[in-house]
Ligand binder design. Structure first.
Ligand code: NAD
Ligand code: IPM
Ligand code: MN
Length: 363
C-alpha cells in the first residue's frame, strides 16, 4: 500500500482549528481506498514556538521536511511576534527553500456559495490564478540606510530573473493549453519600468510558442476593476508574487469569501515537497472560538489529492463542499451560519460518504 508522509504545520491562530478538519477529510478519503494511506507528522512550529525558542522552526527544519511527500500548513503569524519575522522564518522560508515557485489559487464560485455581484452569473467566476511564488517583489532584498537619521532611506528590491519569469509563464501556458482556456497576464509596465517591462516581454516571447492559447494582458489596476465588473474575462491568470497575493484576496471575496479560498505551493519538478494551505491568515480576531471556516483548508486538502494523482478523490471532496454550501445548514458565521468549525468538517465527511454510497448504488 502506498504511504504518503505528510508534514503538518498547523501554525498559529485558527491554523490548528482548520487543519484538524482538513485532516479528518484526508483520513476519510484514505479509508475509501485500500491503495494508499496518509501518515501525519505534526511540527509544533509557529509563534508560540518562537516565544520559547527564539526561532519559528528548528534550525534544520528544512532538512527535516525534505523527506515528506507534502506539507499541510494552517497559518502563520500572531500578535506579539513581528509579522516580517514570523513569515520570513517559516512560511516564506519553506516556499523558497523548496523552490515552490508555482502558487495555484482557484477563484471559482462553487454552487451554493453566494453570488457577490449583481449582473454576474455563477459560471462567470471561474478563474485559476497562477502566482509566481519564489521571487519578484518577495525577493527579500533591500536595505535600510541611515537608520533613524534625517536622511533615512529604505530600499525594497524586486528581482525578476529570466529563469524565474520564464518558468512561471511557461507553466501557466501549459496549464491553459491543457484546460483549453485563455491565459491572461497581469503586470504593470507603465510604472514599473524594469521589472514589468521584462515580464511583458517574456510573456510575449513564450506566447509565440503557444499559438493555440488565446491571450490577454492587463495592467494590475485595471485588472482589479475588471475582476469585479467583468470576471468572465479571466480564465487562467499568471501574475507576479505581490500582485497575485493581492488579487487572490480580491478573488476570495468574489468566490464565497476568504474562508473558502485555497492554495497550493507547488514545486513542479517534484525535487522537494509541495505545500498546501488556505490563503487566509491566522485570523487572531476569531482564533480559539471554533468559529473559523475550515472549507479553505479542506479545499487545499483536495488540491493535495489532485497533486498525488487522485483527481477523482479531489473532486469528491469539492463535490461534498459544494453540497454543504447548497444545503445551507451547516455553515460557520462568516457564511451566515451558526455552526462550529468541527461541525462543518464532520458534515463534509458525512457528505463524502453519502456521495460514495449514491455513486455505488448507481454503478
Ligand atoms: P487573515 O486572513 O488572518 O484575516 C482577515 C479577516 O478574515 C479577519 O477578519 C478574519 O477573521 C477573517 N478570516 C480569515 N480566515 C477566516 C476563516 N477561515 N474563517 C472565517 N474568517 C476568516 O488576515 P490578517 O488579519 O491580515 O492577518 C492575520 C495574521 O495572519 C498576520 O500575522 C498575517 O501576517 C498572517 N497571514 C498569514 C498567512 C499564511 O500563513 N498563509 C496568510 C495571510 C496572513
Ligand atoms: C498569502 C500570505 C503570505 C503572502 C504572507 C503571509 C507572507 O498573505 O499566502 O497570501 O503574502 O504570500
Ligand atoms: Mn495573502
Amino acid at each position: 500500500m502506498k504511504q504518503y508522509k505528510i508534514a503538518v504545520i498547523a501554525g498559529d491562530g485558527i491554523g490548528p482549528e482548520v487543519i484538524d478538519e482538513g485532516i479528518k477529510v484526508l483520513k476519510q478519503v484514505a479509508e475509501l481506498d485500500s491503495g494508499f494511506q496518509f501518515n501525519f507528522t505534526y511540527f509544533p512550529w509557529g509563534c508560540e514556538f518562537y516565544t520559547k525558542n527564539g526561532t519559528m522552526m528548528d534550525d534544520d527544519g528544512i532538512e527535516q521536511l525534505k523527506e515528506y511527500d507534502a506539507i499541510y500548513l494552517g497559518a502563520v503569524g500572531f500578535p506579539g511576534v513581528p509579522d516580517h519575522i514570523s513569515l520570513w522564518d517559516l512560511l516564506l522560508r519553506i516556499r523558497k527553500g523548496f523552490d515552490q515557485y508555482v502558487n495555484i489559487r482557484p477563484v471559482k464560485l462553487l454552487k451554493g456559495a453566494h453570488l457577490p455581484l449583481v449582473d454576474v452569473r455563477r459560471e462567470d467566476i471561474d478563474m485559476l490564478f497562477i502566482r509566481e511564488n519564489s521571487e519578484g517583489e518577495y525577493s527579500g532584498a533591500g536595505d535600510w540606510l541611515f537608520k533613524d537619521q534625517e536622511h533615512e532611506v529604505v530600499l525594497q528590491n524586486s528581482v525578476f530573473s529570466r529563469k524565474g519569469t520564464e518558468r512561471i509563464i511557461r507553466y501557466a501556458f501549459e496549464r491553459a493549453k491543457k484546460d483549453g482556456k485563455s491565459l491572461t497576464s497581469i503586470s504593470k509596465a507603465n510604472a514599473l519600468n524594469y521589472s514589468m517591462v521584462f515580464w511583458d516581454q517574456v510573456f510575449e516571447e513564450v506566447s509565440a510558442e503557444y499559438p493555440e492559447v488565446e491571450t490577454a494582458s492587463y495592467l494590475v489596476d485595471a485588472a482589479a476593476m475588471l475582476m469585479i465588473k467583468d470576471p468572465k474575462r479571466f480564465e487562467v491568470v499568471v501574475t507576479s508574487n505581490l500582485f497575485g497575493d493581492i488579487l487572490t484576496d480580491l478573488g476570495a471575496a468574489l468566490a464565497g469569501g476568504i474562508g473558502l479560498a485555497a492554495g497550493a505551493n507547488i514545486n513542479p519538478e517534484r525535487d522537494f515537497p509541495s505545500m498546501f494551505e488556505p490563503i487566509h491568515g491566522s485570523a487572531p480576531d476569531i482564533a480559539g472560538q471554533q468559529i473559523s471556516n475550515p472549507l479553505a483548508a479542506i479545499w487545499s486538502a483536495s488540491q493535495m489529492l489532485d497533486f498525488f494523482g487522485y483527481e477523482t478523490y479531489g473532486k469528491l471532496v469539492l463535490d461534498a463542499v459544494e453540497q454543504l454550501l447548497v444545503e445551507e445548514k451547516v455553515l460557520t458565521p462568516d457564511m451566515n451560519g451558526n455552526s462550529s468549525t468541527s461541525d462543518v468538517g464532520n458534515r463534509v465527511v458525512e457528505l463524502i460518504n453519502s456521495l460514495v454510497l449514491s455513486q455505488n448504488a448507481k454503478s
